[in-house]
Design a protein around this ligand. Structure first.
Ligand code: GDG
Length: 457
């Protein structure tokens, strides 16, 4: 069996699984089992950029290899095409997408240079697994350099319907480049259907019905591989001293009141303003609940250099102020809005102290917070997950209370139902969800993808 090369924009860490998310842990496991390299951006912006010296860490059998990008690449590739064009279009937000030939050229250039730098690391038997929307063109660039190894791609974010993706200038170039991958993994069956519809309608493609799809003279295997978390590991996090410390801090403050939790990077796809408005609606529709429950929203900022992200942060501060002003009392605040992150074990404690989680994205590839919340619960007294139908997670988490995040009254009613839900129903729903999280954990996800890649070798 050959080694594995993983490519993603941000890499690692190889150690310190306390800090790493479940995804990083699962990928490092694959590298450990097979030997291999994780290649990507160092996180540094330097003048030498993609021509910088390659930084390596780890051992020869498992190593991280990273290069810098320069300020122009950062503006055009990362903050530009990736986050101002592809991210909004793939999240169905044409209204927020910026279409710029300069961004697009920057994106193509960085994909080509990453391919250049990756090329010498590839051995004859290696399998290459590329992650996410930053690298649609990477396989096509590698093929142009004569690389014949199996190359797979996993898209962590949604693939939208044909009418949406076809609003992207030169969308055919992008999807055609994708077909240079041997295996294309998506989060859900819905995303897979959208991609296959596109290939049929726009490229006269043919679906063999066994996963293989043919278009532009290439055949790729296109499958849904719903991503999971390290379920047992995360459950264990909720019982660590760090988690207990956060719980006792919270519980001192809650004084018997119940807590609803939201945890999201500040991003317009996460539907946080809609969630705040639904909470306002809840206190309007169920006035007896005022003073009995509050929302803790943990929201670490992200991509602050993109205007849409600064706008949403301002909107959230305004809304939280408005709702607190309307309902707060001397000894109670309806919304606590914290714009910083917590260590993962502390986060697990926060989840466990919360009777309800509100995971209400307007569109999300999967949403790991939904899974972490369930994993962190106490099995004999679990909380209730309220989950948007537009999160990929809804496809496999049907025992959550599934809601339409745009319908404030519906979300308000779900909050009420969650707070009133009897213990036996909470347990039954939790049991079914937890069992499925064990079956579809991060390790299974990574192994399934690698097996699909192995099958084309
Ligand atoms: C993309 C797709 C897909 C959040 N706050 C803190 C913190 N987090 C961690 C969560 C979770 C992760 O960040 C967020 O993952 P999500 O899946 O919810 O969302 P994205 O960042 O948008 O991820 C998404 C995912 O890729 C994987 O394929 O599910 O759909 O958009 O793990 O716990 N972690 C720490 N402190 C925080 O305050 N330590």
């Amino acid at each position: 069996m050959g080694r594995v090369i993983i490519v993603s924009n941000r890499v690692g860490p190889l150690k310190d699984t306390g800090k790493a998310g479940g995804l990083a842990v699962a990928l490092v496991d694959v590298l450990r089992e097979r030997g291999g390299t994780w290649f990507g951006w160092s996180g540094e912006i330097s003048e030498a950029g993609t021509f910088s010296e390659m930084k390596k860490e780890g051992s020869r059998s498992v190593e991280l290899a990273t290069i810098d990008i320069d300020p122009t690449d950062n503006a055009e590739f990362y903050a530009g095409y990736a986050n101002r064009t592809l991210w909004p279009v793939l999240h169905y937000r044409l209204d927020l997408a910026e279409f710029s030939p300069v961004f697009e050229a920057g994106y193509r250039r960085v994909n080509q240079r990453f391919a250049d730098r990756l090329r010498p690391l590839i051995g004859p038997d290696d399998r290459i697994w590329v992650h996410d929307y930053h690298f649609f063109h990477l396989a096509a660039e590698l093929r142009a350099m004569g690389v014949g190894n199996p190359i797979g791609f996993f898209l962590h974010i949604p693939f939208p319907p044909v009418d949406m993706i076809s609003a992207l200038p030169r969308h055919r170039d992008l999807v055609r480049a994708l077909m240079a991958y041997d295996v294309i993994g998506l989060q859900t069956d819905r995303d897979r259907r959208h991609l296959v519809d596109y290939l049929r309608e726009e490229a006269g493609g043919f679906d063999h019905g066994d996963g293989r799809v043919e278009a532009w003279g290439r055949t790729s295997r296109i499958h849904a591989f719903p991503i999971g978390i390290d379920t047992e590991g995360f459950h264990g996090f909720a019982e660590t001293p760090e988690a207990k410390r956060e719980r006792s801090r919270l519980e001192r403050h809650l004084t018997g009141r119940r807590q609803i939790v939201g945890v999201d990077r500040i991003d317009y796809s996460k539907g946080i303003p809609h969630r705040f408005r639904a909470l306002e609606r809840f206190f309007d529709d169920y006035p007896d609940e005022r003073g009995t429950v509050s929302l803790l929203q943990v929201a670490p900022p992200s991509r602050g250099e993109v205007d849409a992200y600064a706008d949403i942060r301002r909107e959230l501060e305004h809304l939280a102020g408005h709702i607190n002003g309307r309902f707060a009392d001397l000894d109670w605040t309806p919304i606590r809005f914290i714009t910083r992150g917590f260590p993962r074990r502390g986060l697990a404690g926060i989840y466990r102290s919360s009777r309800v989680a509100l995971v209400t994205p307007l569109r999300d590839g999967m949403n790991l917070v939904a899974k972490e919340y369930v994993a962190a619960q106490k099995h004999d007294d679990p909380g209730v997950l309220i989950l948007s139908r537009f999160a990929g997670a809804a496809e496999t988490m049907g025992e959550a209370l599934i809601v339409n995040p745009y319908a404030a009254d519906e979300v308000a009613a779900a909050i009420k139902a969650a707070l009133d839900m009897p213990l036996d129903e909470r347990r039954a729903r939790h049991f079914a969800l937890y069992r499925r999280l064990l079956e579809g954990d991060a390790k299974t996800w990574a192994n399934n993808f690698i097996s699909a890649l192995e099958a084309v070798a």
